[in-house]
Design a protein around this ligand. Structure first.
Ligand SMILES: Cc1cc2nc3c(=O)[nH]c(=O)nc-3n(C[C@H](O)[C@H](O)[C@H](O)COP(=O)(O)O)c2cc1C
Length: 206
């Protein structure tokens, strides 16, 4: 079946895209308003997109009133944010933080979370997160109703028990987002397969 997005509603197209591009990682973003309120919200239009320097992207839409979300406003004005990663024990708190709290109320207290200081930026991270990534805004690109933020990674925070030899990360299992609006997956069912070089492929198939 072919489905042409140009003849379907935005809501249906969003459903198609977000049920096909799965699983999506979740950036649990702390940002700070000009008056100093620490904002927290999850974003699954999120990925790692650059390795030298290190870049990540998040894409933030508009709220139900058609206004920019607090996260977008804060990143635009403050130029920095933290991507905290969501493991299963933090799922409930992540879900609470997605509610449409007024800008002057921090989602952190509502979700019974605490902040820990960042190192390179002013915006704090979520103390309870097993891993957090400090980012400085590299660019903000309007993308229809969304804004695509590219952040340059300036510091990692990773719980000691996750770090193995040569910075190998062990047993880190953030949750993923599947179909919208509320289906998720665990990342604990894994398999490890070595990559094949062209020479190996020729040996086996030549
Ligand atoms: C798991 C999850 C992922 C989400 N991903 C996005 C996203 O990628 N982009 C977006 O604009 N909203 C996303 N949302 C909705 C925002 O989290 C929600 O609108 C939130 O209230 C925004 O908060 P803010 O106004 O404090 O920035 C997501 C919600 C959940 C629960």
């Amino acid at each position: 079946m072919q489905i042409d997005p140009s003849v379907h509603s935005n809501a249906d197209n969003y459903k198609l895209l977000t049920n096909l591009v799965v699983p999506r990682p979740i950036a649990w973003v702390t940002s700070q308003s000009q008056s100093g309120v620490i904002n927290l919200a999850p974003f699954s239009f999120f990925n790692a997109v650059g390795s030298d320097p290190l870049y990540i992207i998040i894409s933030v839409g508009r709220n139900d009133a058609g206004e920019p979300k607090d996260t977008a406003k804060n990143i635009q004005t403050g130029g920095e944010f933290v991507v905290n990663l969501v493991t299963e024990e933090l799922f409930g708190a992540m879900n609470v933080s997605a509610a449409d709290f007024p800008a002057e109320q921090s989602e952190l207290a509502a979700a019974h979370l605490h902040t820990a200081p960042s190192v390179r930026i002013k915006v704090p991270r979520v103390a309870e997160a097993q891993a957090s990534i400090e980012c400085k805004l590299f660019s903000a690109q309007p993308l229809g109703a969304n804004t695509l933020f590219i952040g340059e990674v300036v510091m990692f925070h990773v719980a000691d028990h996750l770090i193995g030899p040569r910075l190998h990360i062990n047993n880190f299992a953030p949750i993923g987002r599947l179909g919208s609006p509320s289906v998720y997956c665990r990342t604990t069912d894994r398999f490890d397969v070595a990559r094949v070089t062209y020479a190996q492929w020729l040996r086996d198939n030549g």
